[in-house]
Design a protein around this ligand. Structure first.
Ligand code: ADP
Ligand code: MG
Length: 705
């Protein structure tokens, strides 16, 4: 083993530290650090040809050089290259500069030309003594940071490019569809990674710069294809690894005591029939549960599409086979709501076989908690509903077969892994059903969620009246409050949401408190409640109970955290400072109304500045909410505007995000990567490993959980 204790390595220079800060550690990291833009130092341009606004390199002789003091101190230098003249101006300069810029000196000068034929000028151009070879390629300008000068970074990249292992990882015959590359000898052929990188760092001067800027050049395409392939390989690898694991086989025929299965019983007692979409996803889930490999399925459905009952029916399948099921939600209020629903639907059915629904949350009383833990451990609790508390170590399931996670993006990687370990004693993993109301656009699902199976409920239950959405300036708040009064008078209920101001929870709270007071005063005789994130759980519960039972007319809420709630009598949703929310978030909030048969509305209040205007882009963005009620369309627009981060939640580790590929434009490369990954894993597994290691290094894990 290497002995590192004796010799301390030399302290890293500031530049080396800055390199590390940018994540440029391995040679391959530097090789993949691509230029922002390029400078053309390959040519000397005659001044005669230099137009106003051009950035050019010239070689010329100094004809005069003098310091002027008015209007301020500056160095004025005139140069002539035989085809024209130019005046150089420097406001800051040292004696050494003056020496280089002395009359008679011949210089190579680079800068932006201002003015035309009669008086060309350059302000603070770069200059040095003329002569020396001209570079053959464009000069790269890299993204950098303080303490890391361009020339240092350029040298580091050149060295790294020479040293890095850029051997081919794409097997023969699996070339990406990236167009062809013009070799030195003028032959067209597919470009290799080494060629692509060498070219992008030092492109030939005759390249069409636009193709570098919009990343359509074959060299760029090649990089994007490789990156997408790495992502697909990594996820398909983890899926294959999972396929080696065992999970309980949950077959419908296995009803423990020969009684009518809970699944059928629940269907019979539901006050509604399932939609076709609910039936379809139910069958997809059933098929997974009947297999001996763990299900990892993402159930997507717009707000109000009825995911909860699908979850309950899936739970029934596990319980019918004699196993336990866990249902987890990110907040106590949501968990409580699920609990109430599950108790209502299932406890009467479970009672016959002496089984129960248990309840586990963080702030539970010791005694209650101990009782619940005992129920879980003995297996008497067939279903356990709760928050993160469900995955804690002390929670020992007798035999957990299915874990259902609502609002899955609010749970982290570690938490999902924890759940997967809950059946370790049996040498198996439970099935996982993850639910999300934020529709994930297709390309995102194909890339970031490639390791999951996806089911979509693409239909709302019948009898809903569409929600009318209105954009209203907050200067007209009074009219909105009047409307609230009318709704409450008609027996309806209203939500009022104040935005979460992340930087200042205190300010956030005071806003909501003030709003609560205003509304209470403006609406005498109406019960106005307040719900915010800092309230003790018991108090939150009490407020929600009043609202759910219809005794409270208006609920002011500070946070989007508690909005998975389901109160069908609520018919008006007011969102203050709507411009501060993402579209998908607004859509989620809006989905809290329109759950019953009554006509429902959503009012988006936007803040205006002193002149009564809101940023046009903000309003333009909000208009999408008025135009469509389709969560997928809204998600697509959100993706365009805000990028993928919003959708990824816990997967949103910056490290795991794509750096080069753009899901909006690179669909064909994504399709190629998706089709190629399995071939490569089957036929060239070592190539696949090398490819993933090169592109993802240690980051592959982020993509897998
Ligand atoms: P989400 O998908 O947003 O979680 P929920 O499961 O909360 O939606 O369902 C929204 C409402 O629709 C609930 O009140 C639920 O009981 C009701 N619901 C679900 N499925 C149907 C159906 N097939 N027909 C009528 N109402 C339904
Ligand atoms: Mg829900």
């Amino acid at each position: 083993m290497a002995d590192t204790s004796r010799k301390t390595p030399p302290a890293p220079s500031a530049a080396q530290k800055a390199l590390h800060k940018l994540g440029l550690v391995r040679d391959i990291d530097l090789a993949l650090h691509l230029p922002l833009r390029y400078e053309d130092e390959t040519r000397i341009v005659p001044l005669r040809n230099a137009r106003d606004g051009d950035t050019v390199q010239i070689e010329a002789t100094v004809t005069s050089s003098e310091v002027q003091l008015r209007p301020r101190r500056m160095l004025k230098v005139a140069v002539d290259d035989g085809t024209g003249t130019c005046e150089l101006t420097f406001f800051s300069f040292y004696p050494s500069h003056q020496k280089t810029l002395a009359v008679g000196a011949r210089l190579r000068i680079r800068g932006e030309v201002k003015g035309g034929f009669w008086g060309r000028q350059m302000l603070h151009p770069q200059f040095r003594v003329a002569g020396g070879e001209l570079p053959a390629a464009l000069t790269p300008v890299y993204p950098t940071t303080a303490g890391l000068p361009q020339p240092y970074l350029r040298r580091a990249v050149v060295t790294a490019l020479q040293r890095a292992d850029l051997s081919e990882t794409l097997p023969p015959g699996l070339d990406p569809p990236v167009g062809h590359f013009m070799g030195r000898n003028g032959l067209q052929r597919p470009c290799s990674l080494r060629e692509a990188l060498t070219f992008l760092h030092h492109p030939a001067p005759d390249v069409a710069l636009a193709t570098l800027e919009d990343h359509s050049h074959p060299a760029w395409q090649r990089l994007k294809a490789e990156e997408l392939l790495a992502q697909q390989l990594s996820q398909q690898q983890s899926r294959r690894a999972r396929d080696q694991l065992r999970a309980p086989v949950l077959r419908p025929s296995q009803a423990a005591d020969g009684a009518w299965p809970l699944h059928e019983q629940l269907l019979a007692v539901l006050p509604f029939g399932l939609t076709a979409a609910q039936r379809r996803v139910g069958e997809e889930i059933a098929a997974d549960l009947a297999r001996s490999v763990p299900m990892h399925r993402l159930l997507q459905g717009d707000v109000g599409s009825g995911k909860t009952v699908v979850a309950a029916l899936a739970a029934c399948r596990a319980m019918d086979a004699g196993w336990q099921c866990a249902l987890m939600a990110p907040t106590e209020i949501l968990a409580e709501q699920h609990f109430t629903k599950m108790i209502g639907w299932l406890e009467p059915l479970l009672a016959a076989s002496g089984r129960r629904v248990a309840w586990l949350v963080g702030g539970q009383k010791k005694k209650e908690r101990a009782a619940m833990l005992a129920l879980v451990e003995s297996g008497e609790a067939a279903l356990v509903v709760g928050t993160h508390a469900v995955i804690q170590e002390q929670v020992r399931f007798q035999k957990l077969a299915l874990a259902i996670i609502d609002e899955q993006h609010r749970f982290g990687v570690a938490q999902r892994l924890e759940l997967r370990r809950k059946l370790e004693a049996h040498g198996m993993e439970p099935h996982m059903l993850m639910m999300s109301a934020t529709p994930i656009p297709r390309t995102l699902a194909m890339s970031y969620y490639a390791d999951l199976d996806v089911s979509v409920i693409d239909e709302l239950p019948p009898g809903r009246t569409p929600i009318v959405t209105k954009l209203i300036a907050d200067s007209r708040k009074d009219e909105v409050i009047e409307r609230i009064g009318a709704q409450v008078a008609a027996g309806r209920q209203v939500y009022w949401v104040c935005p979460l101001i992340e930087e200042s929870e205190a300010l956030d709270l005071s806003n909501a408190t003030a709003t609560h007071q205003d509304l209470s005063e403006a609406l005498p005789g109406v019960v106005v409640g307040l719900l915010h994130s800092r309230m003790p759980a018991a108090e939150k519960k009490a407020v929600m109970a009043l609202f759910s039972s219809g005794q409270m007319g208006v609920l002011v809420s500070t946070t989007v955290i508690e909005v998975g709630v389901d109160v069908p009598n609520a018919s008006l949703m007011v969102i203050e400072h709507a411009e501060r929310f993402g579209l998908s978030q607004l859509h989620q909030l809006r989905g809290r109304v329109g759950r019953g048969a009554a006509a429902s509305a959503c009012v988006l209040l936007y803040a205006t500045n002193d002149s009564g205007r809101v940023g046009e882009t903000a309003k333009e963005r909000l208009r999408a909410m008025v135009e469509t009620n389709d969560g997928f369309e809204i998600a697509r627009r959100d993706l365009e505007i805000r990028g993928p981060g919003e959708f990824l939640g816990a997967r949103q580790s910056g490290d795991a995000l794509l750096r080069f590929a753009d899901l909006a434009t690179d669909t064909h490369l994504l399709e190629w990567a998706r089709a190629t990954a399995p071939l490569m894993l089957d036929r060239y597994p070592e190539w696949a490993d090398r490819h993933v290691a090169r592109w993802l290094g240690g980051r592959a894990d982020y993509l897998k959980a």
